[in-house]
Write a protein that binds this ligand. Structure first.
Ligand SMILES: NC(=O)C1=CN([C@@H]2O[C@H](COP(=O)(O)OP(=O)(O)OC[C@H]3O[C@@H](n4cnc5c(N)ncnc54)[C@H](O)[C@@H]3O)[C@@H](O)[C@H]2O)[C@@H](O)CC1
Ligand SMILES: Nc1ncnc2c1ncn2[C@@H]1O[C@H](COP(=O)(O)OP(=O)(O)O)[C@@H](O)[C@H]1O
Ligand SMILES: [K+]
Length: 544
């Protein structure tokens, strides 16, 4: 599924109206109808009644072959509510096209028998274009309207609220009546259905302004907006339904939209990943590749252990773990499937001299992963530069190896193979030279610009991990669980990605599929605990 910016959305809108000749009012009608259908479905779910006037009778029985087919007729089920009962929805309308969408929805709600009151944020006379046509149509239907600031209003008096205040044309924090209506709607305790995006959300970044609507449901129009898939926007949006309004999906494909949701379909078709993880009947451990891991130090040996075990669970044939020799006696037997390769250094820490040993080990392995539990040491920049420039396979870089990179001018380092960086937001901040808050403010934008600028595959971790490529594509992962915020969960991801690389997946495939599988395993592991707070990183490995 494509994920767009407000600017891209406007271009598709213009293209549909200008090139295809679909009138803007038709798109707005479709938007209004989609919003109304979702509100009606919500009313139906909470018990206002079943579908009225639908099948006359007997169709189900006929379908089972029990009785001969009889005449059957159905009404517009999605826009029908048998018993609207006490439903009374307040439609908050801004003066732009988002408001127009809400006004169109109001007519359909009214048709379904739901009581509706329009609440204009600005004087109705200030509406223009298609929104003004909608205003007039609603007035002609006799839908009651109040103007905020002029008429008395109690938002808690209704049974639900449609938020059609601000959409993709919003700029900065909501001002004046818009801000006051948003705050009052949130305080009303009534379910809020947002048109396109919650008002107060930055459609591109996921940043929520103060105030921002907290919706139960967002009816996103035509294409998923970037701001709806990144936190805190994703939380403000509630459940998101993307509804078609007549803007052809192919426009996004043709114009090369850069961001997609990482669904199984995108993995299978765009990234050509074999989701079945097929094993050949004749396969043997040599078929599935060999990971070299350089990780762990005396106080953080577990990080290496987690990565090594996760790589094996991801399906690679063999894992060799290079570790400071003093650790060796303690690690023996802790993961019998892992091969251990001690490198010189007496104190259980890494040292610059080990680069040659790691390089030698890497010569007969299919990929290399560096960083978990590595620690920092004198000469570590030169150590990493040698591995970066001389290793003859794809590389995954995590944890302290990222901190080494952050202190280096690595853009000038030469390289023969793809590199995958897997920073959490703190590590990303050090890499990009910005604050963590700045990273989180626009995760997709930053991940894309960094990956392109540095020529790396970037996995920006955290809820809804972003995978960005040097070619300027990004994928947003939605598997995962808050329980995964636990020490070592990232080390597990490094292991999974390298385990997939060793099996011959291309670097972007391994990064994206690895993040996806890691999240699925986290969900499964969380589901097995009485309380997901008890989840620890090793559980994720066992759930793979
Ligand atoms: N062709 C159409 O009619 C279509 C309309 N669409 C709808 O139109 C929306 C975009 O419409 P617009 O571009 O008219 O913009 P909006 O309706 O999102 O908002 C623009 C209006 O809000 C005011 N405004 C902007 N920022 C504000 C702030 N911070 N505080 C207070 N007021 C502010 C502006 O002065 C302007 O009047 C989409 O989100 C979608 O809902 C889409 O459904 C696509 C098709
Ligand atoms: N709320 C969350 N939802 C989904 N995934 C999460 C969440 N919190 C953390 N994770 C995932 O858990 C992992 C944590 O990695 P990281 O911070 O590097 O941990 P560590 O350094 O201890 O191994 C990342 O893959 C991250 O995406
Ligand atoms: K809105």
């Amino acid at each position: 599924m494509d994920v767009v910016t407000a600017e891209e959305m406007r271009a598709f809108d213009r293209d549909t109206i200008g090139r295809l000749g679909i009138p803007a009012i038709a798109l707005m009608e479709n938007a209004g109808r989609a919003i109304a259908e979702e509100v009606i479905a919500l009313c139906r779910r909470r018990g206002a009644g079943g579908v009225g006037g639908a099948r006359s009778d007997g169709a189900g029985a006929a379908g089972r072959g029990a009785a001969p087919a009889r005449f059957s007729v159905s009404a517009d089920a999605a826009l029908t509510l048998a018993a609207a009962g006490g439903e009374h929805w307040l439609v908050l309308a801004g003066k732009g096209n988002n408001g127009g969408d809400g006004l169109a929805a109001a007519r359909h709600l009214r048709e379904a028998g739901i009581a509706v009151t329009l609440v204009y944020a600005a004087a109705p006379e200030s509406l223009a274009g298609e929104a003004a046509l909608q205003r007039d149509a609603a007035a002609a239907m006799g839908i009651p309207a109040v103007v905020y600031g002029r008429d008395a209003l109690d938002l808690a008096a209704g049974s639900g609220i449609v938020d059609a205040l601000l959409g993709t044309g919003s700029a900065g924090a909501p001002r004046g009546a818009y801000a006051e209506l948003i705050a009052a709607a949130n305080a009303s305790g009534r379910p809020i259905v947002s048109a396109d995006i919650p008002s107060g959300l930055d459609a591109d970044t996921g940043e929520t302004h103060e105030p921002c609507i907290h919706a139960a449901l967002t009816v996103c129009l035509a294409f998923l907006k970037r701001g709806l898939v990144q936190y805190p926007g994703a939380a403000a949006a509630g459940r998101v339904v993307v509804r078609s309004i007549g803007i052809p999906a192919v426009l996004a494909r043709e114009s090369g939209v850069r961001v997609s949701l990482l669904t199984p379909e995108v993995l299978a078709t765009r990234l050509r990943v074999d989701l079945s993880r097929h094993r050949s009947p004749e396969g043997h451990k040599g078929t599935y590749g060999h990971v070299l891991l350089a990780a762990g130090s005396l106080r953080m040996s577990g990080a290496g252990l987690l990565s090594a075990r996760a790589a094996l669970r991801a399906g690679c044939g063999l894992v060799t773990w290079a570790l400071p020799e003093k650790l060796l006696p303690y690690m023996i037997g802790s993961a019998p499937e892992v091969m251990l390769a001690p490198v010189t250094g007496g104190d259980g820490e890494w040292n610059a001299g080990t680069a040659a040993e790691v390089l030698r080990l890497s010569a007969s392995r299919d990929c290399i992963a560096l960083g978990p539990g590595l620690g920092r040491f004198e000469g570590d920049t030169e150590w990493l530069r040698r591995l970066w420039e001389e290793t003859d396979s794809a590389m995954v870089i995590d944890a302290d190896a990222l901190n080494i990179l952050a202190d280096a001018e690595y853009r000038t380092w030469s390289r023969r193979h793809p590199v995958i960086l897997t920073p959490h937001p703190g590590e990303m901040a050090r890499l990009a030279g910005v604050s963590t808050a700045e990273v989180q403010r626009d995760r997709i934008g930053l991940a894309l610009s960094y990956a392109v600028q540095q020529g790396v595959i970037l996995v920006l971790k955290g809820a809804h991990t972003v995978i960005a490529t040097p070619e300027g594509q990004a994928y947003i992962n939605i598997t995962g669980h808050p329980g995964m915020g636990t020490g070592g969960a990232g080390d597990v991801l490094t292991g999974i990605i390298s385990g997939l690389l060793a099996q011959g997946l291309e670097a972007v495939q391994a990064a994206a599929f690895g993040v996806y599988l890691h999240g699925l395993a986290g969900e499964r592991a969380a589901g097995k605990r009485d309380n997901p707070a008890a989840l620890i990183a090793g559980d994720i490995i066992e759930a793979l």
